[in-house]
Design a protein around this ligand. Structure first.
Ligand code: SF4
Ligand code: SF4
Length: 154
């Protein structure tokens, strides 16, 4: 029993350390994006995936980071709208995924954003190896639905 508790405590410490490193990566990305200044009026349209004909993918680390620190509202996966979109605004900006941060509808930035995505995606994957965190890369809503307690899903 003592060993089990010690293992749980170790896992929690490792996860906190992993998420702290992820947060630093996100901050580095934000600094790069500020330099590029691609422009976004925060209309929230791209967070309605059907309206934008877009599938947001995310890794298990990114989704784990969200579910660790943020309460996931009830949502219906068939609606294909991010449950964190409130009044056309992202309600979890500090925790949003790499894909959320990199997506800009301005086509002039498509190529550079693809490069940035690959760069940070690689670094997040390296984190999963460093912390021996199970790596999955799937549509965001699907992962969110899997991690959310079943009783609160519609
Ligand atoms: S990237 Fe474009 S669609 Fe998405 S919130 Fe910004 S302006 Fe709106
Ligand atoms: S987490 Fe925020 S930015 Fe990402 S899809 Fe949801 S509402 Fe949009």
């Amino acid at each position: 029993m003592k060993d089990a508790l010690a293992n749980m405590a170790t896992t929690e410490v490792l996860q906190e350390s992993l998420y702290a490193e992820l947060s630093i990566l996100y901050q580095r990305l934000e600094n790069e994006l500020t330099q590029l200044s691609p422009g976004c009026n925060k209309c929230g349209t791209c967070c309605n995936f059907s309206a934008f004909d877009h599938v947001l993918y995310a890794s298990s680390i990114e989704v784990g980071y969200i579910t660790q620190y943020v309460e996931v509202p009830d949502f219906n996966i068939a609606d294909n709208v991010c449950p964190f979109l409130k009044d056309n605004q992202c309600s979890i900006r500090g925790f949003r995924t790499l894909g959320c941060r990199i997506f800009y509808c301005n086509p002039h930035y498509k190529e550079i954003m693809c490069e940035l995505y690959e760069k940070y995606h690689f670094m997040i994957k390296e984190l999963s190896k460093k912390y021996d965190y199970q790596w999955e890369y799937l549509p965001f809503l699907r992962q969110l639905a899997e991690l959310k307690p079943k009783s609160s899903l519609l």
